[in-house]
Design a protein around this ligand. Structure first.
Ligand code: IMP
Length: 443
């Protein structure tokens, strides 16, 4: 009956993986509804790091895991994750899920190197073929999971047609050879289809039945609100909708499901800002440089990046770092309707003398309090107006009440500004490092 939707409130990498893992202890079903293996969800158990890109994080605890058709699926990556899991996954994949093919990655890379987007600069994609795969779906030419698993002879024909089109595009638009043999792709994808076909399931129906049967369902968001293709900083975004609202189309749920069952949305808020890729970040402490060049960075950015291990889980690229931006967080809250926040990586800020949060921007002498996500030039000209909060030292707390008073004040500042309660605070990478407000229940 109860459902929890977990959504990144910033630019992704907020620490969703850890929170999904923690909640899924009492969960029955964990569902991915958008994005693909551009995501990198990390869980640390007894010092060992587990990274999930395609599989829902619930797989670690042996939960029922579902991949809804709002996701784009790379079957090669999924096969790798399944074989390194260490136990048989309990997995269902929707037949309508678009499939990432090797030529999608090649087009992604070629396009990035020959910039075509409207701002005239590369996006800094993860090179996982996410955009090209969603494009093929929207153009109604891409392969879906059902095509991969249902009829090998038909699969061969579909791949052949697509391969020829992509080969021509690569040669004529980007001046690149595709560098792949169609026969090898066909062989490999037939094998992958054969191996994965046992996982096919109607995810839309299964989730609705699970909710009706009183199961605890977790919707595992990937990326973050500001990477949403419509509501983020377009075009410096991903190609899916990380917003709460995309559970409806990404899984196949009717609107009245939220009336029939108890739904809650948790916004994951990292205690500071990070972004992988280009685009304006008003509170950036790296002088807006992408890729990061530390010679131009503020000392706090260098401190936070190092301490918080802020390098991409999928690409290994150093992330840009900045102070927490409450203007942005309010925008994100408005789009997602967060019921509560999980504040993550607060421990990374320990040791800084003072901490800042942006409470407004200044532009041409005017105070700005509403986030204009669509106007990248305006955003790049905005100067943050900060509120300064006292720093705190290293701490150990197994209860909310034992947190340093400065940490509580930090959480309180977020609550006051956004009107959303901070119900849990993650205090370290380990699964167990989390403190809860009194009386908090997972479901
Ligand atoms: P794409 O999703 O690979 O097309 O990349 C588009 C933009 O989204 C790039 O700036 C990526 O760095 C960013 N991005 C994609 N997935 C994630 C993620 O899971 N965390 C953080 N940034 C991401």
């Amino acid at each position: 009956m109860p459902a929890v939707v977990i959504v990144g409130s910033q630019y992704g990498d907020e620490g969703k993986g850890k929170i999904v893992d923690w909640i899924s202890e009492e969960g029955d079903v964990v569902v991915r509804y958008q994005g693909g293996n551009n995501a990198g969800h990390t869980v640390v158990v007894e010092g060992k790091e587990y990274k999930f890109h395609s599989l829902p994080v619930g797989a670690l605890r042996g939960k029922r895991c579902l991949i809804g058709c709002g996701v784009v699926l790379d079957p090669r990556q999924l096969a790798k994750e399944l074989s390194s899991l260490g136990h048989e996954a309990d997995l269902g994949i929707d037949p309508r899920t678009p499939i990432i093919m090797p030529y999608h990655n090649i087009i992604d890379i070629a396009r990035e190197s020959k910039t075509k987007n409207v701002t005239g600069a590369a996006i800094g994609t993860t090179a996982k073929g996410i955009g090209p795969c969603y494009e093929d779906e929207k153009s109604r030419v891409g392969l879906r999971f059902f095509d991969l698993i249902s009829d090998p002879a038909r699969l061969e024909k579909l791949i052949d047609v697509q391969f020829k089109e992509k080969e021509t595009i690569l040669k004529n638009v980007y001046g690149k050879e595709i560098g792949l043999a169609v026969s090898e792709i066909v062989k490999e994808y037939k094998e992958l289809g054969e191996m994965l076909k046992k996982y096919m399931g109607n995810v839309s129906v299964e989730v609705q039945l699970a909710l009706s049967a009183n199961a605890n369902v977790i919707f595992e968001g990937a990326q973050g609100t500001m990477l949403d293709i419509k509501y983020g900083n377009y075009p410096k975004v991903t190609s899916s909708h990380p917003l709460t609202g995309s559970i409806f189309t990404g899984v196949g749920l009717p609107l009245n499901i939220v009336k029939k069952h108890r739904f809650r949305t948790i916004g994951i808020v990292k205690a500071y800002t990070t972004k992988v890729g280009s685009g304006p970040v008003v509170t950036c402490l790296d002088n807006q440089k992408w890729p990061v060049e530390e010679a131009f960075s503020e000392p706090e950015a260098i401190y936070i990046r190092k301490k918080g291990k802020e390098v991409g889980a999928t690409t290994g690229r150093p992330r840009r770092v900045g102070w927490l931006d409450l203007v942005l967080l309010k925008y994100s809250t408005c789009l997602n309707g967060f019921d509560e926040f999980a504040l993550t990586k607060i421990d990374t800020l320990a040791g800084l003398e003072r901490i800042k949060v942006a409470v407004a921007y200044e532009h041409s002498g005017k105070k700005i309090t509403e986030y204009p996500a669509w106007d990248l030039r305006f955003l790049s000209e905005c100067k943050p107006i900060y509120k300064e909060l006292p720093g705190f030292g290293e701490f150990n707390a197994d209860k909310y009440s034992k947190l340093p008073k400065e940490v509580k004040a930090y959480a309180r500042a977020i609550e006051v500004y956004t009107g959303v309660p901070v119900s849990m605070i993650s205090t370290g990478p380990e699964r167990s490092a989390i403190v809860l407000k009194k009386g908090y229940k997972k479901f």
